[in-house]
Write a protein that binds this ligand. Structure first.
Ligand code: MSP
Length: 512
């Protein structure tokens, strides 16, 4: 039976203009989803939009429209982006949907039912940009930030429902201890543990000073706090509470991918809500780092926000996907720059992979009438390529399971370099000249077989390029119908397949 695998990205604030930071989490999710599908799992990959809250209500009012009108108008910016970037999400959830309202009400009532919600008064600070309540300790941190980067905060005093977060301090710490891989990378896990050890105060989970949200069941003067509402999206999309049969199959999520800025919500509040509601906890929360642009924080006021549509148009979708996951170890912060992306295109993509594909197929075209040849007996140098290929397949699988995308890509590109070196050393052009036909066809066959393996390996990262290589080698069935383990089965390319060299995959980039 197929194993279920549930991967999520955050749901993005619907009125945000998508930038490369947003694209980053979703592309990472797509790599995992595609990889797991190739492994034969039944994948459920979720993304969507977060549409309630004070920030969206204000933006809409300032534009003279209803919040739902605003949301309906701008949601396509995200939906279209995922299509453009070849994202294979199975569902796109909007928190304004009826199915979600039901889920939020249900979970609120469950938590209330066990006595973890009480009515009180919140007096303190609120950060509207991040929709976050600011505790006394955080207030000091906020005040220590340079003024230009400090999100504006407002004093709030209003009646509010509270969630008994304090009650879950010990259960959470116990859970982290028993599940050391729950929060990753491990340095983030330590940060969260220290935060929880520092003491948890009950959390305000409703607001009364605006109305754009899901009303508290039984007290519609209150709307539910947008983070309580948003986190529940992961349950809604899995079928909660309407289709519990499906829910029980899909939930818990195998991995929530998030940026480091929203780790606390996912690794502290979210598991506490679930514990209270008596629902299983997600298996893993992975927090990635933040992108700066040409050394600076990306911000609207600096005018340096990088538009993923433009990057994809200029350099290509696969180049963009490759760059984001290759440039920095997933988890750490990194910097985006045109120079860096161009460097990767001209180096690893044009010279590395592109060159290997075009020279290998070029020689099959020239010496074998564009047909994959029959090979003769393999010599040690050919066997070496086979062994390195099998090793690489294992390394890549290990790295993706660790969510270490850069390691996976490094392993693939090390293999590409080895194969390029094998071409130089076996010099098929001299073999042709000196009439060593058996050696020549064996080398060319080995190259075609290497390209097949490379196509499978790069598929989760660069699906379009992988399929292009696949077609160029003339493999009859679509790549997606293959299993990841086929990458290990050396010897699958068949003599007689018609190759099609076509255009270069990655032409060298010349900046105007
Ligand atoms: N709506 C909430 C998430 C709710 S999930 C239940 C939210 N949305 S967001 O649109 O502001 O951010 C979504 C994701 O984009 C977060 O994971 C965040 O870390 C990521 N990024 C936003 N800016 C980023 C960078 N500059 N770099 C990398 N990722 C960044 O938070």
């Amino acid at each position: 039976m197929k194993k279920n695998f549930y991967v999520t990205t955050p749901i993005y604030y619907v009125n945000d203009v998508p930038h490369i930071g947003h694209a980053y989490t979703t592309i990472a999710g797509d790599v995992i989803a595609r990889f797991k599908k190739l492994k034969g799992d039944q994948v459920f990959f979720l993304t969507g939009t977060d549409e309630h809250g004070q920030k969206i209500e204000r933006t809409a009012r300032n534009a003279g429209e209803e919040p739902i009108e605003l949301a309906d108008r701008v949601v396509l910016r995200f939906k279209n982006l995922w299509e453009k970037l070849n994202i294979t999400n199975n569902d796109f959830i909007r928190t304004t949907e009826e199915r979600h309202k039901k889920a939020v009400e249900e979970i609120f009532q469950r938590i209330e039912g066990i006595g973890d919600i009480y009515l009180g008064e919140y007096e303190g600070w609120y950060d509207v940009r991040n929709e976050a309540f600011i505790t006394e300790t955080q207030l000091e941190e906020y005040m220590s930030l340079p003024e230009s980067t400090r999100p504006p905060i407002e004093k709030v005093k209003e009646e509010s429902y509270f969630f008994r977060l304090s009650k879950y301090q010990e259960p959470l710490l116990e859970f982290y201890e028993k599940n050391p891989d729950f929060i990753q990378p491990s340095y983030r896990s330590n940060e969260v543990t220290r935060f929880v050890e520092g003491g948890l105060k009950d959390l305000s989970i409703s607001r009364t000073s605006f109305s754009w949200g899901i009303p508290v069941p039984g007290n519609p003067k209150h709307v539910i706090y947008v983070w309580f509402d948003a986190l529940a999206n992961y349950l809604t999309a899995a079928g909660f509470p309407n289709d519990m049969e499906r829910f029980n199959e899909v939930w818990p999520a195998d991995i929530h991918l998030v940026g480091k800025d929203i780790l606390r919500f996912h690794a502290v509040y979210w598991p506490a809500f679930l514990m209270s509601a008596g629902l299983p906890l997600p298996r893993k929360v992975f927090a990635h780092g933040w992108w700066t642009v040409e050394g600076e924080k990306m911000s609207k006021s600096l005018g340096n926000v990088v538009d993923p549509y433009k990057v994809a148009d200029e350099f290509g979708v696969d180049v963009f996907r490759y760059f984001l996951l290759r440039e920095i170890p997933f988890g750490q912060d990194g910097d985006y720059s045109r120079n860096a992306i161009i460097g990767r295109i001209n180096g690893e993509l044009a010279n590395g992979l592109g060159n290997l594909v075009s020279r290998s197929l070029g020689m099959i075209e020239k010496y074998c009438e564009s047909k994959i040849p029959e090979h003769a007996s393999l010599e040690p140098s050919d066997e070496n390529i086979k062994e390195r290929a099998i090793q690489t397949v294992q390394q890549v699988e290990g790295a993706i399971n660790e969510i270490a995308f850069h390691k996976a890509l490094t392993a693939i590109w090390d293999f590409i370099a080895i194969v390029n070196k094998y071409v130089d050393e076996s010099a098929p052009w001299s073999l042709a000249k000196t009439g060593k036909r058996e050696r020549l066809v064996t080398v060319l066959w080995t190259l075609a077989e290497s390209l097949r393996v490379i196509a499978i390996l790069i598929y989760p990262f660069m699906p379009k390029s992988a399929e292009d290589i696949w077609k160029k080698i003339g493999i009859p069935q679509p790549l997606e119908s293959h299993h990841y383990s086929h990458a290990k089965g050396w010897g699958a390319v068949k003599s007689g397949w018609q190759i099609d060299k076509g255009e270069n995959l990655f032409p060298r980039y010349q900046d105007k």
